[in-house]
Design a protein around this ligand. Structure first.
Ligand SMILES: [Zn+2]
Ligand SMILES: [Zn+2]
Length: 178
C-alpha cells in the first residue's frame, strides 16, 4: 500500500518539490463501474506552513471501464493539473483575518493537524479528473435496444422508431383489420 504523509510544519522555506511513480498494486482503486490501471505518476510542489500550504501538482493515471453505452472494455489516461490551498482547520475557525485567501485560491481544503496524506490527495484528484460519462468514444452509438447489436460496428434491421409497448397490441389489431 502506498502511504506517504508530508509534515507541513517542516516544509523548507523555498518549498518542496517531489516526484513519484506509484506502482499499480500499491494504489488500486476499484469502483463499481471503473478501476485504476497502471502506475500513477505525479509531481508536486508544496510551499507554506502548517497554517496554510499551497500545492501545485499534476498527475497521470490510467483507468479501465466498460463503456456505458456499448459495454466495450475501454482504457483511458487521465491527466490533470491542480492548485490547492490547504488551511489548518483550527486556524480557519479561530482567526479568519490571519488567513486571507485570494481569488485564485478557490480550491481550498481544510486539514486537521499538520500532516498531509499524499495518497488521499491524489485519490481525490483522480475522481475529479473522471469524465462525466464513461464512454468508449464521445459519439458511441451503443447497443440496439431490440437485438443487442453493437451499432458502432453493424447496422441492424430493427425499426429505429421507439414503440411504447402498450401500443403494440393495438398495432397488431390494426394490422389484422387491414
Ligand atoms: Zn461504447
Ligand atoms: Zn437491432
Amino acid at each position: 500500500m502506498y502511504q506517504e504523509t508530508i509534515d507541513l510544519s517542516h516544509l523548507p522555506l523555498e518549498g518542496l518539490r517531489l516526484e513519484r511513480r506509484v506502482n499499480s498494486n500499491a494504489l488500486k482503486i476499484r469502483e463499481e463501474d471503473w478501476e485504476s490501471q497502471g502506475d500513477l505518476l505525479f509531481e508536486l510542489f508544496l510551499q507554506g506552513n502548517a497554517g496554510k500550504t499551497l500545492v501545485e501538482g499534476s498527475f497521470a493515471a490510467g483507468i479501465t471501464f466498460n463503456c456505458h453505452r456499448c459495454l466495450e472494455r475501454t482504457s483511458l489516461d487521465l491527466r490533470r493539473s491542480f492548485h490547492l490551498t490547504y488551511v489548518a482547520r483550527d486556524t480557519a475557525g479561530s482567526s479568519k483575518e490571519e488567513i486571507e485567501l485570494s481569488a485564485n485560491e478557490l480550491e481550498v481544503a481544510y486539514l486537521d493537524g499538520q500532516f498531509l496524506s499524499l495518497q488521499e490527495m491524489l485519490r481525490e484528484q483522480i475522481y475529479l479528473a473522471l469524465p462525466m460519462k464513461l464512454l468508449c468514444k464521445t459519439d458511441c452509438r451503443g447497443l440496439c435496444i431490440h437485438c443487442g447489436a453493437d451499432l458502432n460496428e453493424v447496422e441492424c434491421a430493427c425499426p429505429t422508431e421507439q414503440i411504447d409497448p402498450r401500443w403494440i397490441t393495438l398495432k397488431k389489431i390494426a394490422q389484422k383489420e387491414n
